[in-house]
Write a new protein. Structure first.
Lengths: 339, 267
Protein backbone atom coordinates (compact mmCIF):
# COMPACT_ATOMS: atom_id res chain seq x y z
CA UNK A 1 0.00 0.00 0.00
CA UNK A 2 2.73 2.47 1.07
CA UNK A 3 4.90 1.46 -1.85
CA UNK A 4 1.98 1.74 -4.25
CA UNK A 5 1.37 5.26 -3.00
CA UNK A 6 4.95 6.27 -3.59
CA UNK A 7 4.90 4.78 -7.06
CA UNK A 8 1.68 6.59 -7.89
CA UNK A 9 3.20 9.87 -6.72
CA UNK A 10 6.30 9.28 -8.79
CA UNK A 11 4.18 8.52 -11.84
CA UNK A 12 2.25 11.75 -11.42
CA UNK A 13 5.53 13.64 -11.06
CA UNK A 14 6.95 12.13 -14.24
CA UNK A 15 3.74 12.87 -16.07
CA UNK A 16 3.84 16.47 -14.87
CA UNK A 17 7.47 16.76 -15.94
CA UNK A 18 6.72 15.35 -19.37
CA UNK A 19 3.87 17.80 -19.69
CA UNK A 20 6.05 20.74 -18.68
CA UNK A 21 8.62 19.68 -21.24
CA UNK A 22 5.95 19.38 -23.92
CA UNK A 23 4.53 22.79 -23.07
CA UNK A 24 8.00 24.31 -23.20
CA UNK A 25 8.49 22.65 -26.59
CA UNK A 26 5.22 24.09 -27.82
CA UNK A 27 6.22 27.60 -26.72
CA UNK A 28 9.54 27.23 -28.54
CA UNK A 29 7.67 26.05 -31.62
CA UNK A 30 5.39 29.08 -31.37
CA UNK A 31 8.36 31.45 -31.21
CA UNK A 32 9.99 29.64 -34.08
CA UNK A 33 6.82 29.90 -36.11
CA UNK A 34 6.61 33.63 -35.36
CA UNK A 35 10.22 34.07 -36.43
CA UNK A 36 9.74 32.04 -39.59
CA UNK A 37 6.55 33.85 -40.41
CA UNK A 38 8.27 37.22 -40.00
CA UNK A 39 11.34 36.38 -42.07
CA UNK A 40 9.81 34.38 -44.91
CA UNK A 41 8.01 35.92 -47.83
CA UNK A 42 8.65 37.85 -51.00
CA UNK A 43 11.94 39.09 -49.48
CA UNK A 44 13.41 36.58 -47.06
CA UNK A 45 15.52 37.68 -44.11
CA UNK A 46 17.98 35.82 -41.92
CA UNK A 47 17.06 35.81 -38.19
CA UNK A 48 19.80 38.24 -37.15
CA UNK A 49 18.86 40.62 -39.96
CA UNK A 50 15.29 40.43 -38.79
CA UNK A 51 15.97 41.88 -35.35
CA UNK A 52 18.25 44.64 -36.60
CA UNK A 53 15.89 45.59 -39.41
CA UNK A 54 12.96 45.71 -37.03
CA UNK A 55 14.75 47.92 -34.50
CA UNK A 56 16.56 50.18 -36.95
CA UNK A 57 14.13 52.56 -38.59
CA UNK A 58 16.77 53.62 -41.09
CA UNK A 59 16.97 50.09 -42.50
CA UNK A 60 15.25 49.91 -45.91
CA UNK A 61 13.37 46.78 -44.87
CA UNK A 62 12.09 48.32 -41.64
CA UNK A 63 8.86 49.62 -43.18
CA UNK A 64 7.93 46.28 -44.72
CA UNK A 65 8.62 44.44 -41.49
CA UNK A 66 6.83 46.90 -39.27
CA UNK A 67 3.76 47.59 -41.40
CA UNK A 68 3.32 44.29 -43.27
CA UNK A 69 5.06 41.35 -41.64
CA UNK A 70 4.59 42.11 -37.97
CA UNK A 71 0.83 42.72 -38.11
CA UNK A 72 0.52 39.65 -40.26
CA UNK A 73 2.37 37.49 -37.73
CA UNK A 74 0.29 38.89 -34.89
CA UNK A 75 -2.95 38.44 -36.83
CA UNK A 76 -2.02 34.83 -37.55
CA UNK A 77 -1.31 34.18 -33.88
CA UNK A 78 -4.50 35.86 -32.70
CA UNK A 79 -6.70 34.21 -35.34
CA UNK A 80 -5.21 30.82 -34.49
CA UNK A 81 -5.60 31.33 -30.75
CA UNK A 82 -9.21 32.48 -31.18
CA UNK A 83 -10.09 29.50 -33.36
CA UNK A 84 -8.35 27.04 -31.01
CA UNK A 85 -10.26 28.43 -28.02
CA UNK A 86 -13.49 28.51 -29.99
CA UNK A 87 -12.98 24.83 -30.80
CA UNK A 88 -12.57 23.86 -27.15
CA UNK A 89 -15.68 25.79 -26.14
CA UNK A 90 -17.85 24.34 -28.89
CA UNK A 91 -16.59 20.83 -28.12
CA UNK A 92 -17.46 21.25 -24.46
CA UNK A 93 -20.85 22.82 -25.17
CA UNK A 94 -22.01 19.93 -27.33
CA UNK A 95 -19.92 17.39 -25.37
CA UNK A 96 -18.32 16.12 -28.50
CA UNK A 97 -14.61 16.29 -29.39
CA UNK A 98 -15.47 16.23 -33.10
CA UNK A 99 -17.22 19.58 -32.94
CA UNK A 100 -15.59 22.62 -34.44
CA UNK A 101 -16.81 26.12 -35.28
CA UNK A 102 -16.41 25.27 -38.96
CA UNK A 103 -18.32 21.97 -38.85
CA UNK A 104 -21.18 23.47 -36.87
CA UNK A 105 -21.60 26.24 -39.42
CA UNK A 106 -20.44 28.95 -37.00
CA UNK A 107 -17.62 30.02 -39.33
CA UNK A 108 -19.91 30.02 -42.37
CA UNK A 109 -22.58 31.95 -40.47
CA UNK A 110 -20.09 34.53 -39.26
CA UNK A 111 -18.55 34.72 -42.73
CA UNK A 112 -21.85 35.22 -44.53
CA UNK A 113 -22.88 37.89 -42.05
CA UNK A 114 -19.47 39.57 -42.35
CA UNK A 115 -19.81 39.68 -46.15
CA UNK A 116 -23.27 41.21 -45.83
CA UNK A 117 -21.81 43.84 -43.49
CA UNK A 118 -18.92 44.55 -45.88
CA UNK A 119 -21.32 45.03 -48.77
CA UNK A 120 -23.99 46.93 -46.87
CA UNK A 121 -21.76 49.19 -44.77
CA UNK A 122 -18.52 49.59 -46.70
CA UNK A 123 -17.59 52.67 -44.65
CA UNK A 124 -17.86 50.89 -41.29
CA UNK A 125 -15.20 48.18 -40.98
CA UNK A 126 -15.57 48.13 -37.18
CA UNK A 127 -19.13 46.91 -37.62
CA UNK A 128 -17.98 43.70 -39.32
CA UNK A 129 -17.07 41.66 -36.21
CA UNK A 130 -20.31 42.59 -34.47
CA UNK A 131 -22.42 41.47 -37.42
CA UNK A 132 -20.23 38.39 -37.85
CA UNK A 133 -20.88 37.52 -34.20
CA UNK A 134 -24.63 37.65 -34.79
CA UNK A 135 -24.21 35.42 -37.84
CA UNK A 136 -21.97 33.01 -35.97
CA UNK A 137 -24.35 32.56 -33.09
CA UNK A 138 -27.33 31.67 -35.29
CA UNK A 139 -26.28 28.10 -36.16
CA UNK A 140 -25.42 27.44 -32.52
CA UNK A 141 -28.85 28.50 -31.39
CA UNK A 142 -30.47 26.32 -34.06
CA UNK A 143 -28.30 23.35 -33.13
CA UNK A 144 -28.97 23.66 -29.41
CA UNK A 145 -32.69 23.96 -30.07
CA UNK A 146 -32.66 20.90 -32.31
CA UNK A 147 -30.66 18.77 -29.88
CA UNK A 148 -32.74 19.55 -26.80
CA UNK A 149 -34.66 17.22 -24.57
CA UNK A 150 -34.60 13.48 -24.91
CA UNK A 151 -33.06 13.51 -28.38
CA UNK A 152 -29.57 12.15 -28.52
CA UNK A 153 -26.74 14.55 -29.16
CA UNK A 154 -24.85 12.16 -31.38
CA UNK A 155 -21.99 13.34 -33.54
CA UNK A 156 -23.87 12.45 -36.69
CA UNK A 157 -26.83 14.65 -35.84
CA UNK A 158 -24.55 17.54 -35.03
CA UNK A 159 -22.48 17.30 -38.18
CA UNK A 160 -25.57 16.93 -40.36
CA UNK A 161 -27.06 20.06 -38.80
CA UNK A 162 -23.81 21.81 -39.59
CA UNK A 163 -23.96 20.62 -43.20
CA UNK A 164 -27.50 21.93 -43.63
CA UNK A 165 -26.68 25.30 -42.12
CA UNK A 166 -23.46 25.64 -44.08
CA UNK A 167 -25.37 25.03 -47.30
CA UNK A 168 -27.69 27.87 -46.33
CA UNK A 169 -24.88 30.29 -45.51
CA UNK A 170 -22.82 29.42 -48.55
CA UNK A 171 -25.90 30.05 -50.70
CA UNK A 172 -26.02 33.51 -49.15
CA UNK A 173 -22.31 34.00 -49.86
CA UNK A 174 -22.75 32.82 -53.45
CA UNK A 175 -25.63 35.27 -53.89
CA UNK A 176 -23.48 38.16 -52.69
CA UNK A 177 -20.63 37.06 -54.98
CA UNK A 178 -23.06 36.99 -57.89
CA UNK A 179 -24.52 40.44 -57.34
CA UNK A 180 -21.22 42.10 -56.45
CA UNK A 181 -19.12 40.40 -59.12
CA UNK A 182 -16.98 43.55 -59.48
CA UNK A 183 -15.50 42.87 -56.05
CA UNK A 184 -15.07 39.14 -56.61
CA UNK A 185 -11.25 39.01 -56.08
CA UNK A 186 -11.47 40.51 -52.59
CA UNK A 187 -14.33 38.19 -51.73
CA UNK A 188 -12.51 35.15 -53.05
CA UNK A 189 -9.64 35.79 -50.62
CA UNK A 190 -12.20 36.12 -47.84
CA UNK A 191 -13.94 32.86 -48.68
CA UNK A 192 -10.82 30.80 -48.93
CA UNK A 193 -9.30 32.39 -45.82
CA UNK A 194 -6.26 34.61 -46.18
CA UNK A 195 -3.95 36.81 -44.15
CA UNK A 196 -2.46 38.46 -47.23
CA UNK A 197 -3.74 41.99 -46.71
CA UNK A 198 -3.92 42.46 -42.96
CA UNK A 199 -2.57 45.51 -41.15
CA UNK A 200 -2.43 46.97 -37.66
CA UNK A 201 -6.15 47.83 -37.78
CA UNK A 202 -6.90 44.13 -38.22
CA UNK A 203 -4.71 43.24 -35.25
CA UNK A 204 -6.80 45.55 -33.10
CA UNK A 205 -10.00 44.13 -34.59
CA UNK A 206 -9.18 40.52 -33.70
CA UNK A 207 -7.32 41.24 -30.44
CA UNK A 208 -10.35 42.52 -28.56
CA UNK A 209 -12.71 39.55 -29.08
CA UNK A 210 -9.83 37.10 -28.60
CA UNK A 211 -8.79 38.62 -25.29
CA UNK A 212 -12.39 38.87 -24.12
CA UNK A 213 -13.18 35.30 -25.12
CA UNK A 214 -10.04 33.96 -23.48
CA UNK A 215 -10.82 35.80 -20.25
CA UNK A 216 -14.43 34.56 -20.21
CA UNK A 217 -13.41 30.99 -20.91
CA UNK A 218 -10.68 30.92 -18.27
CA UNK A 219 -13.02 32.42 -15.68
CA UNK A 220 -15.55 29.66 -16.42
CA UNK A 221 -12.98 26.86 -16.49
CA UNK A 222 -14.50 24.91 -13.61
CA UNK A 223 -18.16 24.99 -14.68
CA UNK A 224 -16.88 23.99 -18.13
CA UNK A 225 -15.19 20.96 -16.52
CA UNK A 226 -18.49 19.98 -14.90
CA UNK A 227 -20.33 20.46 -18.22
CA UNK A 228 -18.28 17.59 -19.61
CA UNK A 229 -20.11 15.22 -17.27
CA UNK A 230 -23.48 13.91 -18.39
CA UNK A 231 -26.38 16.35 -18.18
CA UNK A 232 -27.99 14.75 -15.11
CA UNK A 233 -24.78 14.75 -13.08
CA UNK A 234 -23.93 18.34 -14.05
CA UNK A 235 -27.43 19.43 -13.03
CA UNK A 236 -27.14 17.55 -9.76
CA UNK A 237 -23.93 19.50 -9.07
CA UNK A 238 -25.83 22.76 -9.37
CA UNK A 239 -24.81 23.78 -12.90
CA UNK A 240 -27.55 25.28 -15.07
CA UNK A 241 -26.68 23.09 -18.03
CA UNK A 242 -28.67 24.74 -20.81
CA UNK A 243 -27.69 28.34 -20.04
CA UNK A 244 -24.08 27.29 -19.46
CA UNK A 245 -23.94 25.50 -22.81
CA UNK A 246 -25.46 28.46 -24.56
CA UNK A 247 -23.05 30.82 -22.82
CA UNK A 248 -20.05 28.73 -23.86
CA UNK A 249 -21.18 28.68 -27.47
CA UNK A 250 -21.81 32.43 -27.44
CA UNK A 251 -18.22 32.98 -26.37
CA UNK A 252 -17.12 30.48 -29.04
CA UNK A 253 -19.06 32.45 -31.65
CA UNK A 254 -17.49 35.69 -30.45
CA UNK A 255 -14.02 34.21 -30.88
CA UNK A 256 -14.80 32.74 -34.30
CA UNK A 257 -16.39 36.02 -35.42
CA UNK A 258 -13.23 37.92 -34.49
CA UNK A 259 -11.10 35.49 -36.46
CA UNK A 260 -13.40 35.46 -39.49
CA UNK A 261 -13.55 39.26 -39.58
CA UNK A 262 -9.83 39.55 -40.36
CA UNK A 263 -8.89 36.23 -41.95
CA UNK A 264 -12.06 35.10 -43.68
CA UNK A 265 -13.29 31.53 -43.63
CA UNK A 266 -10.44 29.66 -41.99
CA UNK A 267 -11.44 26.16 -40.97
CA UNK A 268 -10.26 23.15 -38.99
CA UNK A 269 -8.00 25.02 -36.54
CA UNK A 270 -10.62 24.58 -33.83
CA UNK A 271 -10.74 20.86 -34.55
CA UNK A 272 -7.02 20.18 -34.92
CA UNK A 273 -5.48 22.26 -32.12
CA UNK A 274 -7.59 21.05 -29.14
CA UNK A 275 -7.70 17.43 -30.26
CA UNK A 276 -3.98 17.23 -30.92
CA UNK A 277 -3.29 18.66 -27.46
CA UNK A 278 -6.02 16.98 -25.44
CA UNK A 279 -3.85 14.03 -24.48
CA UNK A 280 -1.20 16.42 -23.24
CA UNK A 281 -3.55 18.83 -21.47
CA UNK A 282 -5.88 16.30 -19.90
CA UNK A 283 -9.62 16.90 -19.54
CA UNK A 284 -9.32 20.07 -17.44
CA UNK A 285 -10.08 23.40 -19.09
CA UNK A 286 -7.58 25.34 -17.02
CA UNK A 287 -4.82 23.48 -18.88
CA UNK A 288 -6.62 22.80 -22.14
CA UNK A 289 -7.66 26.38 -22.93
CA UNK A 290 -4.19 27.99 -22.86
CA UNK A 291 -2.67 25.01 -24.68
CA UNK A 292 -5.34 25.11 -27.40
CA UNK A 293 -4.74 28.84 -27.84
CA UNK A 294 -1.01 28.24 -28.07
CA UNK A 295 -1.47 25.34 -30.48
CA UNK A 296 -3.92 27.23 -32.69
CA UNK A 297 -1.60 30.24 -32.86
CA UNK A 298 1.38 28.06 -33.79
CA UNK A 299 -0.63 26.18 -36.40
CA UNK A 300 -1.91 29.27 -38.22
CA UNK A 301 1.47 31.05 -38.13
CA UNK A 302 3.25 27.97 -39.48
CA UNK A 303 0.61 27.51 -42.16
CA UNK A 304 0.84 31.16 -43.14
CA UNK A 305 4.64 31.02 -43.34
CA UNK A 306 4.38 27.87 -45.44
CA UNK A 307 1.75 29.47 -47.66
CA UNK A 308 4.16 32.28 -48.43
CA UNK A 309 7.33 30.22 -48.82
CA UNK A 310 6.06 27.09 -50.57
CA UNK A 311 5.43 28.62 -53.98
CA UNK A 312 7.22 31.98 -53.65
CA UNK A 313 6.84 34.50 -55.11
CA UNK A 314 3.27 33.23 -55.46
CA UNK A 315 1.25 33.13 -52.25
CA UNK A 316 -1.10 30.30 -51.39
CA UNK A 317 -4.20 31.15 -49.34
CA UNK A 318 -3.63 30.03 -45.77
CA UNK A 319 -7.21 28.81 -45.37
CA UNK A 320 -6.83 26.36 -48.23
CA UNK A 321 -3.58 25.07 -46.78
CA UNK A 322 -5.19 24.55 -43.37
CA UNK A 323 -8.12 22.74 -44.94
CA UNK A 324 -5.71 20.43 -46.78
CA UNK A 325 -4.14 19.65 -43.42
CA UNK A 326 -7.33 19.61 -41.38
CA UNK A 327 -9.57 17.50 -43.58
CA UNK A 328 -7.36 14.37 -43.40
CA UNK A 329 -7.03 14.87 -39.65
CA UNK A 330 -10.82 15.04 -39.41
CA UNK A 331 -11.08 11.78 -41.34
CA UNK A 332 -8.58 10.25 -38.93
CA UNK A 333 -10.67 11.40 -35.95
CA UNK A 334 -13.83 9.99 -37.54
CA UNK A 335 -12.07 6.67 -38.05
CA UNK A 336 -10.88 6.65 -34.43
CA UNK A 337 -13.79 8.12 -32.51
CA UNK A 338 -17.00 7.20 -34.31
CA UNK A 339 -17.93 3.57 -33.77
CA UNK B 1 -39.18 11.13 11.72
CA UNK B 2 -39.37 14.39 9.85
CA UNK B 3 -40.23 14.59 6.18
CA UNK B 4 -37.25 15.76 4.14
CA UNK B 5 -38.21 15.41 0.49
CA UNK B 6 -41.77 14.91 -0.62
CA UNK B 7 -43.77 14.54 -3.82
CA UNK B 8 -47.32 15.82 -3.69
CA UNK B 9 -49.68 14.51 -6.38
CA UNK B 10 -46.74 14.67 -8.75
CA UNK B 11 -47.18 14.26 -12.51
CA UNK B 12 -44.03 14.17 -14.62
CA UNK B 13 -43.64 14.07 -18.37
CA UNK B 14 -40.52 14.03 -20.50
CA UNK B 15 -40.27 16.74 -23.14
CA UNK B 16 -42.01 15.66 -26.35
CA UNK B 17 -43.48 12.54 -24.69
CA UNK B 18 -47.14 11.81 -25.25
CA UNK B 19 -48.00 10.55 -21.79
CA UNK B 20 -46.98 11.23 -18.23
CA UNK B 21 -44.24 8.87 -17.09
CA UNK B 22 -45.14 9.50 -13.45
CA UNK B 23 -48.78 9.91 -12.50
CA UNK B 24 -50.25 11.28 -9.33
CA UNK B 25 -47.45 10.13 -7.04
CA UNK B 26 -47.49 11.26 -3.43
CA UNK B 27 -44.52 10.07 -1.46
CA UNK B 28 -42.27 11.26 1.35
CA UNK B 29 -38.64 10.53 2.13
CA UNK B 30 -37.85 11.00 5.80
CA UNK B 31 -34.62 12.07 7.43
CA UNK B 32 -32.02 9.29 7.67
CA UNK B 33 -34.21 6.78 5.91
CA UNK B 34 -33.41 4.28 3.17
CA UNK B 35 -36.18 3.69 0.66
CA UNK B 36 -35.84 1.28 -2.23
CA UNK B 37 -37.73 2.10 -5.41
CA UNK B 38 -38.79 -0.97 -7.37
CA UNK B 39 -40.93 -1.64 -10.40
CA UNK B 40 -40.66 -3.17 -13.84
CA UNK B 41 -38.90 -1.41 -16.71
CA UNK B 42 -40.79 1.67 -17.80
CA UNK B 43 -42.66 2.01 -14.54
CA UNK B 44 -41.25 5.50 -14.02
CA UNK B 45 -38.44 4.92 -11.52
CA UNK B 46 -35.82 7.03 -13.29
CA UNK B 47 -38.33 9.73 -14.10
CA UNK B 48 -39.46 9.97 -10.49
CA UNK B 49 -35.83 10.28 -9.37
CA UNK B 50 -35.22 13.04 -11.92
CA UNK B 51 -38.33 14.83 -10.72
CA UNK B 52 -37.33 14.55 -7.06
CA UNK B 53 -33.90 15.93 -7.96
CA UNK B 54 -35.56 18.97 -9.50
CA UNK B 55 -34.22 18.11 -12.93
CA UNK B 56 -37.59 17.59 -14.51
CA UNK B 57 -40.22 20.21 -13.73
CA UNK B 58 -43.57 18.80 -12.56
CA UNK B 59 -46.40 18.93 -15.06
CA UNK B 60 -48.66 19.20 -12.08
CA UNK B 61 -48.28 18.67 -8.36
CA UNK B 62 -45.04 19.61 -6.67
CA UNK B 63 -41.88 18.46 -4.98
CA UNK B 64 -40.97 19.94 -1.63
CA UNK B 65 -37.72 20.02 0.30
CA UNK B 66 -38.34 20.72 4.00
CA UNK B 67 -41.78 21.91 2.99
CA UNK B 68 -40.43 24.46 0.49
CA UNK B 69 -41.29 24.06 -3.19
CA UNK B 70 -38.15 22.64 -4.81
CA UNK B 71 -38.48 24.92 -7.84
CA UNK B 72 -37.96 27.86 -5.47
CA UNK B 73 -34.74 26.47 -4.02
CA UNK B 74 -31.73 27.96 -5.85
CA UNK B 75 -29.68 25.45 -7.85
CA UNK B 76 -26.62 25.63 -5.70
CA UNK B 77 -28.53 25.32 -2.44
CA UNK B 78 -30.31 22.32 -3.91
CA UNK B 79 -27.01 20.77 -4.95
CA UNK B 80 -25.74 21.15 -1.38
CA UNK B 81 -28.61 19.00 -0.10
CA UNK B 82 -29.62 16.62 -2.87
CA UNK B 83 -27.27 14.57 -5.03
CA UNK B 84 -28.44 12.31 -7.81
CA UNK B 85 -26.47 9.62 -9.58
CA UNK B 86 -28.02 8.76 -12.95
CA UNK B 87 -28.13 5.28 -14.39
CA UNK B 88 -25.45 5.87 -17.00
CA UNK B 89 -23.23 8.71 -15.90
CA UNK B 90 -20.53 9.87 -18.31
CA UNK B 91 -17.27 11.72 -17.92
CA UNK B 92 -14.57 12.84 -20.37
CA UNK B 93 -11.68 10.59 -21.30
CA UNK B 94 -8.59 10.94 -19.15
CA UNK B 95 -10.39 12.22 -16.04
CA UNK B 96 -8.85 10.56 -12.98
CA UNK B 97 -10.88 9.11 -10.13
CA UNK B 98 -9.67 11.84 -7.81
CA UNK B 99 -10.61 14.58 -10.29
CA UNK B 100 -14.04 13.04 -10.73
CA UNK B 101 -14.63 12.84 -7.00
CA UNK B 102 -13.37 16.43 -6.63
CA UNK B 103 -16.19 17.55 -8.94
CA UNK B 104 -18.46 16.71 -6.02
CA UNK B 105 -17.13 19.83 -4.30
CA UNK B 106 -18.32 22.12 -7.10
CA UNK B 107 -21.41 23.45 -5.29
CA UNK B 108 -19.38 24.05 -2.13
CA UNK B 109 -16.73 26.20 -3.78
CA UNK B 110 -16.80 29.83 -4.81
CA UNK B 111 -16.41 30.59 -8.52
CA UNK B 112 -12.63 31.00 -8.36
CA UNK B 113 -11.88 29.25 -5.08
CA UNK B 114 -9.28 26.49 -5.21
CA UNK B 115 -9.89 23.19 -3.46
CA UNK B 116 -9.73 24.17 0.22
CA UNK B 117 -8.71 22.07 3.22
CA UNK B 118 -12.31 21.16 3.93
CA UNK B 119 -12.87 20.17 0.29
CA UNK B 120 -9.78 18.00 0.29
CA UNK B 121 -10.89 16.32 3.47
CA UNK B 122 -14.31 15.56 1.99
CA UNK B 123 -12.68 14.14 -1.15
CA UNK B 124 -10.33 11.95 0.87
CA UNK B 125 -13.19 10.72 3.03
CA UNK B 126 -15.25 9.86 -0.03
CA UNK B 127 -12.28 8.08 -1.63
CA UNK B 128 -11.73 6.11 1.57
CA UNK B 129 -15.41 5.30 2.05
CA UNK B 130 -15.63 3.66 -1.36
CA UNK B 131 -12.21 2.06 -1.22
CA UNK B 132 -10.80 4.22 -4.02
CA UNK B 133 -7.52 5.40 -2.51
CA UNK B 134 -5.43 3.03 -4.60
CA UNK B 135 -7.33 3.94 -7.76
CA UNK B 136 -7.27 7.71 -7.33
CA UNK B 137 -4.78 8.40 -10.12
CA UNK B 138 -6.37 6.01 -12.59
CA UNK B 139 -8.39 7.33 -15.51
CA UNK B 140 -12.06 6.50 -15.01
CA UNK B 141 -12.42 4.79 -18.40
CA UNK B 142 -9.72 2.25 -17.45
CA UNK B 143 -11.67 0.98 -14.42
CA UNK B 144 -13.86 -2.11 -14.22
CA UNK B 145 -17.63 -1.68 -14.01
CA UNK B 146 -17.72 -2.06 -10.25
CA UNK B 147 -14.80 0.31 -9.68
CA UNK B 148 -16.36 2.87 -11.96
CA UNK B 149 -19.62 2.73 -10.05
CA UNK B 150 -17.72 3.26 -6.82
CA UNK B 151 -15.89 6.23 -8.32
CA UNK B 152 -19.19 7.90 -9.21
CA UNK B 153 -20.57 7.14 -5.77
CA UNK B 154 -17.43 8.83 -4.44
CA UNK B 155 -18.46 11.96 -6.33
CA UNK B 156 -21.94 12.14 -4.81
CA UNK B 157 -20.54 11.37 -1.37
CA UNK B 158 -17.95 14.15 -1.66
CA UNK B 159 -20.86 16.44 -2.45
CA UNK B 160 -21.91 15.83 1.19
CA UNK B 161 -25.64 15.94 0.56
CA UNK B 162 -28.39 15.00 3.00
CA UNK B 163 -30.30 13.14 0.33
CA UNK B 164 -28.84 10.71 -2.16
CA UNK B 165 -30.92 9.61 -5.15
CA UNK B 166 -29.37 6.60 -6.86
CA UNK B 167 -30.65 5.15 -10.11
CA UNK B 168 -30.01 1.40 -10.29
CA UNK B 169 -26.51 1.51 -8.81
CA UNK B 170 -26.13 -2.28 -8.88
CA UNK B 171 -27.07 -2.86 -12.52
CA UNK B 172 -24.32 -4.53 -14.55
CA UNK B 173 -22.33 -5.48 -11.45
CA UNK B 174 -21.46 -9.06 -10.61
CA UNK B 175 -22.74 -10.73 -7.45
CA UNK B 176 -19.83 -9.87 -5.19
CA UNK B 177 -19.63 -6.27 -6.45
CA UNK B 178 -23.34 -5.84 -5.73
CA UNK B 179 -22.97 -7.17 -2.25
CA UNK B 180 -20.01 -4.88 -1.55
CA UNK B 181 -21.71 -1.86 -3.04
CA UNK B 182 -24.84 -2.33 -0.94
CA UNK B 183 -22.72 -2.80 2.19
CA UNK B 184 -20.85 0.43 1.42
CA UNK B 185 -24.12 2.28 0.89
CA UNK B 186 -25.51 0.97 4.15
CA UNK B 187 -22.36 2.10 5.92
CA UNK B 188 -22.49 5.58 4.39
CA UNK B 189 -26.07 5.80 5.56
CA UNK B 190 -25.17 4.67 9.07
CA UNK B 191 -22.14 6.89 9.48
CA UNK B 192 -23.47 10.06 7.90
CA UNK B 193 -27.19 9.83 8.52
CA UNK B 194 -27.82 10.08 4.79
CA UNK B 195 -31.31 9.67 3.41
CA UNK B 196 -31.24 7.32 0.46
CA UNK B 197 -33.73 6.70 -2.29
CA UNK B 198 -32.36 3.89 -4.43
CA UNK B 199 -34.00 2.31 -7.43
CA UNK B 200 -33.19 -1.39 -7.69
CA UNK B 201 -34.19 -4.27 -9.89
CA UNK B 202 -33.53 -7.02 -7.39
CA UNK B 203 -36.34 -7.28 -4.86
CA UNK B 204 -34.31 -9.21 -2.29
CA UNK B 205 -31.59 -6.57 -2.47
CA UNK B 206 -34.24 -3.91 -2.00
CA UNK B 207 -35.67 -5.67 1.03
CA UNK B 208 -32.24 -6.19 2.59
CA UNK B 209 -31.07 -2.60 2.11
CA UNK B 210 -34.14 -0.51 2.73
CA UNK B 211 -36.39 0.33 5.63
CA UNK B 212 -39.25 0.90 3.20
CA UNK B 213 -39.92 -0.27 -0.33
CA UNK B 214 -41.84 1.88 -2.79
CA UNK B 215 -43.40 -0.03 -5.67
CA UNK B 216 -44.10 1.81 -8.92
CA UNK B 217 -46.51 0.43 -11.47
CA UNK B 218 -47.14 2.20 -14.77
CA UNK B 219 -46.13 5.53 -13.32
CA UNK B 220 -48.28 5.22 -10.22
CA UNK B 221 -47.21 4.47 -6.68
CA UNK B 222 -48.65 1.04 -6.01
CA UNK B 223 -47.42 0.73 -2.47
CA UNK B 224 -44.85 2.19 -0.10
CA UNK B 225 -44.38 0.22 3.06
CA UNK B 226 -41.81 -1.78 4.99
CA UNK B 227 -40.32 -4.54 2.81
CA UNK B 228 -42.48 -7.43 3.96
CA UNK B 229 -45.68 -5.46 3.56
CA UNK B 230 -44.72 -4.04 0.18
CA UNK B 231 -43.41 -7.22 -1.39
CA UNK B 232 -46.37 -9.55 -1.16
CA UNK B 233 -47.27 -12.27 -3.61
CA UNK B 234 -50.17 -10.10 -4.76
CA UNK B 235 -47.83 -7.18 -5.54
CA UNK B 236 -45.52 -9.41 -7.53
CA UNK B 237 -48.40 -10.70 -9.57
CA UNK B 238 -50.04 -7.32 -10.20
CA UNK B 239 -46.93 -5.23 -10.77
CA UNK B 240 -44.27 -7.60 -12.07
CA UNK B 241 -46.57 -10.18 -13.67
CA UNK B 242 -45.03 -13.18 -11.94
CA UNK B 243 -46.33 -15.80 -9.58
CA UNK B 244 -44.06 -15.91 -6.55
CA UNK B 245 -43.86 -17.02 -2.96
CA UNK B 246 -42.41 -14.51 -0.52
CA UNK B 247 -40.81 -15.99 2.57
CA UNK B 248 -38.79 -14.76 5.46
CA UNK B 249 -35.62 -16.66 6.14
CA UNK B 250 -32.98 -15.73 8.76
CA UNK B 251 -34.38 -12.21 8.80
CA UNK B 252 -34.08 -11.80 5.02
CA UNK B 253 -36.97 -11.57 2.60
CA UNK B 254 -36.73 -14.33 -0.02
CA UNK B 255 -38.65 -14.06 -3.24
CA UNK B 256 -39.18 -17.42 -4.96
CA UNK B 257 -40.39 -16.81 -8.51
CA UNK B 258 -42.53 -19.64 -9.81
CA UNK B 259 -43.34 -18.39 -13.26
CA UNK B 260 -45.23 -15.77 -15.23
CA UNK B 261 -48.67 -14.96 -13.91
CA UNK B 262 -51.33 -15.37 -16.57
CA UNK B 263 -53.59 -13.77 -17.20
CA UNK B 264 -52.47 -10.42 -15.82
CA UNK B 265 -55.13 -8.85 -13.64
CA UNK B 266 -55.70 -5.31 -14.86
CA UNK B 267 -55.82 -2.55 -12.32
Amino acid sequence: MKLGWRRAQLRVLTLARQRDAAVAGLVLLLLGAAFASASLGASALAPHELVSALLDSADPRHAVLWHVRLPRVLCGALVGAALGLSGVLVQTAVRNPLADPWLLGVTAGAGAAALVAIVAFPEQPALVPAVAFAGGITPVAVLLALSSGARARGPLRMVLCGVALQALFFALVAGIMFFFADRAPAFAAFIVGSLASVGWADVRLVAVPTALGFAFALAAARPLDVLLLDEASATSLGVAVRPARFGATCVAALLAAGAVSVAGLVGFVGLVAPNALRLLAGPRHLALLPLAALGGATLVMLADATARAAAAPLELPVGALLAMLGAPYFLFLIWKKIP
Amino acid sequence: MSVLLAAERLHLRHPRAERDAVRDVSFALHAAEIVALVGPNGSGKSTLLAGLAGELAPRSGRVTLDGVDLSRVPRRKRALRIARLPQEPACPEGLTVEQLVSHGRHPHRGAFAPLGARDRRAVTEALTAFDLMDLRQRAVETLSGGERRRAWLGLVLAQEPEILLLDEPTTALDLRQRFELLALLARAHRERGLSLLVSLHDLEEAAALAQRVAVLHRGRLYEAAHPEAALRAETLRDVFGVDARVEKEDGFVRVRIQGPATPLRSL
